[in-house]
Unconditional design. Sequence first.
Length: 600
Amino acid sequence: MNVTLRGCSRIARICWRQDRRRIVSAVTLVLLGAAASPLLALCLRWLTHEALTGKTATAALAGCFAAVLLIASLTFGHFAHILYFELAELSVLDLDAETIAIVNGGPGLGHFERPDDVDRMTVLRQEMPRFNSALKALLNLAGLALSGTLTLILLSTVNPLLLFLPLLALPPVLAGRWAEEISDRSRIKTAEQSRLALNIFKLTTNPEAAKELRAARLGALMIRRHADHWNAVSKELWKAHLKDTWIRAAGQLMFAVGYAGALLLVVYTAIAGHATVGDVVLSIMLAVQMNAQVSTAVILSQDLQRMANAFRRLDELALSIGAKSVVSEQPSAAMRIERGIDLIDVGFSYPTDGGGEQPRRAALHGINLHLPAGATVAVVGENGAGKSTLVKLLSGLYEPTEGEILVDGVPIEKLPRSKWQSSISATFQDFVRFELPVRYAVGIGDLETKFSDEAITKSLESAGAARMVAALDRGIETELGKQPGGGAVLSGGQWQTIALARGFMRPAPSLLILDEPTASLDPLAERSLFERYVQKANKVAQHSGGITLFITHRFSTVRVADLIVVVSGGTIAEVGTHESLIDAGGVYARLNEIQAAGYR
């Protein structure tokens, strides 16, 4: 109950923040429309009494009042809906912004790996759009509270025992809460299957995947997999719905029995001569209204409870992530590195697929490494060795599960978060293809430049993308991607140079990360690009003592690095220069020979 009440309070605060006049107007109309129904029953009692006593004039007046009240009860709710519908849409946008801020406000990416958090995010995607229903439920429950109070007052004038009629509403209300808890648990239980089904739908409607899906004739397989996941969801939800339907029906049956007894009491009172025909008409109408009020209240309370559970999950997600506002943080100047970055006995394990405390096999373990200030460092190793995980730890996207990372002797988690993030520039292997004008697709790499022509042009030149962008129809103003109005469709290599230019936007980062920066480039473009890397690294070292760290599979380019780190089996196998590692004849020498043989 406390969760639901807090949810109601939160809905009210959100709407009040959005538009005070609109929510006040909507509440007023709902309350007036709600009050009209019991007052209509009172007018009908008056009309019946006057008609039976032959007072046609006053009966006609009562009929006019009844007509006005009927119109009010039928239309005021509609006008209120017009007011609060747009308000609800604005509030959903506000909640979406809050969810985005929470998901992106954490110190790293761990919540995308934790099953509990992923399930919360899945359910939130499904539940947050229901704010419209929740706001409607809250307003209508306020109206029901007013109409219910007036109904009780009027019923007490017929027979004081009818004041106990609201107690009959407790069984269906409690049954409804119990049933909603069962449904809520089933939604969490099926969150993973729902997520898998949604991922398949997204994959099969994505133009990037269309070529491979068609070439491999995977359409039928995807349809079957999609159906299997949704069937699993439907089976579990059906069992839950069947159970909660019986619970709700039992609660409603108890109310119906009491409701029938109340009507019989009124009829008996009239037969005994203690009530008029008008009283009977009033009682029957009010009893019918109360029946509808209770049934509606049960349904509406389910919507509120469901929304309150969504709010609870949002708060749990924020607590789990340790989210802070991504809007209020002011950017900081990049910090200067004097000595370097040290990793001491660092280990990292991803959470298990099924949740719980037992980690999977460690992705990294026993990492001891010193990265000198101003150095250019290459990280090499076979697929799955842990190279990308190591980079994500250095950039603060993950926190080590063992050991610590020190920047000039200070643990990285003790550095001001905004300061360290402002000190890093990165281009990851799985870079994002921002379908925006080139100016913004590149410029978002450093918002401090305010998308200036000079900064963007310089970054494009550093990434070797200047000539490619100049050849586009509108230069840096060209829209990228398949836009409805037409846009530039880029190749994989061209998209990568745009991502590299974005990564080069910060002029002197303390840590410049390039994760497989030439994976989509040809050998000539790769060679040219690495020459520019060296130039960029030298500038970074001079300005901030920054470390340039790049991951690559192509050993022909790593010899330009001051330091080469070989990762194997989740730990550091070797560290040295190209020449020293070749002379050592270890893992690096073997991998270098294998790759060189492939080009002969």
